[in-house]
Design a protein around this ligand. Structure first.
Ligand SMILES: [Zn+2]
Ligand SMILES: [Zn+2]
Length: 259
């Protein structure tokens, strides 16, 4: 079994050493795990949330030496915006990593969990704003492998019908498919109020219908006990939806594993 998205102490919101997370992965008999710590390149440089990549690789190397029954790969979960795209290459050498997940946790630089959704005018479809921002970034920015937890806004936002923003989602998915990127299926939503994976079934079936085949799965674990959470179940679910492979990345190159 695999988990393509766990965090460690290199993330500002995770307090566990990588070793503790990997011990948990070994107990759960996972074979491949990607450490994907947060790496936010903000439009204002002093607001970047980054870490020392050299130290990170050293730690991942050390862990791989220590255990021979698990492969730990070096990823990052990168959050950028339209204005910070120009700075990314100066901040980090992305070619050194195995996997780059591009995720969006903000709208107009405000974290999704800090937005007061009650204050938002009922006519204003904030979901369109969120997805439009993602679309604009991926139209311009190409140096990533996977789009992370696509409908993560559902964790916090109001109940808005999929039909009201489906067109923008379709545009996003078409770009991923055309450019050979993968879509992350995150099991973290099973422990949130949505009680399902991100993205929801409507998005996964739309992706399939448009010709999308590239998938990764991840728990987004910030605690050792969440590593590998529901990964087995989600593979069975994806098979039922007609997906046949997951993508595995090493040094940014993709291979497929049959599920
Ligand atoms: Zn995330
Ligand atoms: Zn994450």
């Amino acid at each position: 079994m695999y988990d393509f998205h766990i965090h460690s102490i290199y993330s500002n919101d995770c307090k566990y050493e990588l070793d503790e997370m990997i011990k948990s992965a070994r107990i759960r008999k996972l074979k491949i795990v990607y450490c994907c710590d947060h790496f936010d390149v903000h439009s204002e440089p002093h607001k970047d949330l980054t870490f020392d990549a050299d130290e990170y690789w050293k730690e991942i190397k050390r862990i791989n030496k220590k255990y021979d029954d698990i492969e730990v790969l070096a990823g990052i979960e990168m959050n950028i915006d339209l204005n910070s795209i120009v700075r990314v290459d100066n901040v980090v050498d992305l070619q050194e990593f195995d996997l780059i997940i591009l995720s969006f946790h903000r709208i107009n630089n405000i974290f999704l969990n800090e937005i007061d959704y009650n204050e938002i005018n009922i006519d204003k479809n904030i979901y369109r704003e969120y997805y439009y921002q993602i679309l604009e970034v991926i139209k311009k920015y190409k140096n990533y492998d996977v789009l992370g937890h696509l409908d993560y806004i559902d964790r916090f936002g109001p109940d808005i019908k999929f039909a009201y923003y489906k067109d923008i989602i379709a545009e996003i998915l078409k770009i991923l498919i055309k450019e050979g990127k993968s879509l992350e299926v995150s099991t973290s939503g099973f422990s949130h109020r949505v009680a399902r994976q991100y993205p929801k079934k409507e998005i996964l079936t739309l992706y399939k219908k448009l010709g999308g085949t590239n998938i990764i799965i991840g728990s987004d674990a910030h605690y050792p006990e969440h590593v590998g959470f529901n990964c087995k179940n989600i593979i069975n679910y994806l098979k039922k939806l007609g997906f046949e492979n997951i993508s595995v990345y090493r040094k940014r190159g993709m291979q497929k594993i049959r599920i």
